[in-house]
Design a protein around this ligand. Structure first.
Ligand SMILES: [Zn+2]
Length: 152
């Protein structure tokens, strides 16, 4: 595997904001829209580990890949924050946790935005080209030198 950068370790603090579209939280409290903060550098091991979680083995030893579960693990692992809220019984805003259960409940549109980011991490072997924590826009997989897609 050829490295894509000179840094040997991923910086877990490297993040960017990922727009999730207009606010659809209860009471639409986010005039700037809903947004997630996602990691832009992940270690090769944690990247592989997240998707490997989708590998399922039946009792008879045969297996299959549960893509949605692998994606859910990657999303919940590499999303460090979002402004998504719910309201409690008294009408107070409550931050929605970022975990497998909550990610599993997302609608297709939101899930797809977050999934696309994790796929870009894979395309760039865990390190987006402009992932230095800046105000980067969503990067296209075509912006960097071509990389072979690793087997999962
Ligand atoms: Zn919102």
């Amino acid at each position: 595997m050829e490295p894509t950068t000179t840094a040997r370790y991923a910086d877990p603090r490297a993040t960017k904001e990922l727009p999730l579209g207009p606010c659809r939280c209860e009471g639409t409290p986010h005039s700037g829209g809903d947004v997630a903060t996602v990691r832009t550098e992940v270690g090769w091991s944690e990247l592989k580990s997240a998707w490997s979680a989708g590998t399922m083995t039946r009792e008879d030893g045969t297996g299959y890949y549960d893509e949605a579960y692998g994606d859910t693990m990657a999303i919940s692992r590499f999303t460090v924050a979002w402004n998504l809220v719910d309201v409690d019984a008294k009408g107070r805003a409550q931050a929605r946790p970022i975990d497998v259960q909550t990610v599993s409940l997302l609608d297709e549109e939101t899930f797809a935005v977050l999934k696309k980011h994790t796929e870009e991490l894979l395309e760039h072997r865990g390190r987006l080209p402009n992932g230095s924590g800046g105000q980067s826009v969503a990067s296209s997989p075509e912006t960097a030198s071509p990389t072979r897609r690793p087997r999962r």
